[in-house]
Design a protein around this ligand. Sequence first.
Ligand code: SF4
Length: 373
Amino acid sequence: MKNIMDNIKRLKDQGRKVIGCFPLYPPLELFHSMGLAPVTLWGLRDSLPRVAESDRHIQPYACSVARRLMEFLLKENSSALDGLFMYNACDTLRNLPEIIDCGLADAGRPPLPIFKMHIPAVPPDQTDSRPYLRASIEGLIGELEKTCNVTFAPDKFRRSVSLYREMRELSKMLFASVADGSMSYGEFSRIVTEGWFIPVEDQLLVLQSALRDNFRKKTKPSPESPRVVVSGILPPPLPMIRDLENAGITVVGNDVASQNRALHYSPPAVDDPAEYYIDFYHHHYPCTTLLHSADRRLPAIRKLVSDTGARGVVFVGEKFCEYEYFEFPYLEQILKEMGIRALLLDISLDDDENTAAYTTRIETFAELMHSTV
Ligand code: SF4
C-alpha cells in the first residue's frame, strides 16, 4: 500500500489531479490527454490483506475486488484522489457509488466527485449503440472539464493515444518473453501491476528496460514444459504463480482481464475521442464484463488455445464474480472437446494468504500435463 500511496503522492507533487479508475477498461488516454493522472485500482490484492472497514458496508459475498476498492477508499486514501471514475462493468460495481458516498460520510470524510459512464451492453450488430456511446463519452468530457477545470484538445489526445498504444505493444512483447519461457510470468505480472499506479511515460521506461534485460538473458525453454493459458479477472496471487512455475508449467497464453484483455487492442489515433472509444469498446478483446462482447468469448478462447499450442487452461476464478462463473461451464465443455485440460482455482479474500492449499492441486495438474505433453 505504501508504494501505491507514494506513487499517488508523487503525481500530486507534480501538480496532477489523480482520478482513481475502477476496473476494468477506463478511457485512460482521455484522462491523460486532459492533464489528469488516471490510476487503475486493480492491484490492491497484495496491498490490502484485510477489509475491516469495507465489511461494515459491503456483504462478505461480494468479490474481493469490490471489497478492497471500498477498503482503499475508507482507509483515508480517498483524500489523495481528486475523483473516481467507474462504468457499468458489473452489478457489484454499479452499486458502489451510493455505498461509497455513505461510507465516506459515515467516516466523516468529504465526498469525492464520481464520474460515471455507461457502455451499452448490446452487440453492435444487433442494435446500433454508437450514438448512445458517443453521448456518454461527450458527457464525460463535459463533466471532467467542469469539475476538474481542464480542457480537451485533439492534438493532446492523439499524443496520449500514441503513448498508450506503445505501452500496450511493449507489454505484449514482454509477455511474448513469458510465452517463450525466457521470462517469469510472476515478473511480468509484477511489472504490469505496478504500471497501473505510475504515469504511462514511466511505464514505457520500465517496459523498455525490462525488455532490454530480458533480451540479454534469453534462455532456451524446456520443450517438455507443460504449456497453459491463464484466464481470469486478475492474475493468480504471486505464491500461486510460484507454484505454477515450480511445477515446471509455462504460461504461453494470456486471457487475464487486467493483462491481455486490457492490452490487446488500441484503435488508430483520431481527433474525435467519441469515435476512438466507440472503436475501442466495440473491438475490445472479448471480456465477460463487456456484455456486448460476450458472444465472441468462446471462439476467442478456442483460438488462443490453438494459436499458442497450450495443452491446459488455468482459470483463476474471483469468487462471487458471476460474470466469470457463468462462462466457466461452457469453456470447460469446449476445452474438453478439444482435449485440453482445465484447472479452476477459486480465489476469495481469505485464500490470498492461504494458497498452500492450492499447491497440491497445481502439482497434480502439472503431473497430468507432463504425462500428456
Ligand atoms: S471481479 Fe467480477 S464481480 Fe468483482 S468487480 Fe470485477 S467484474 Fe465485478
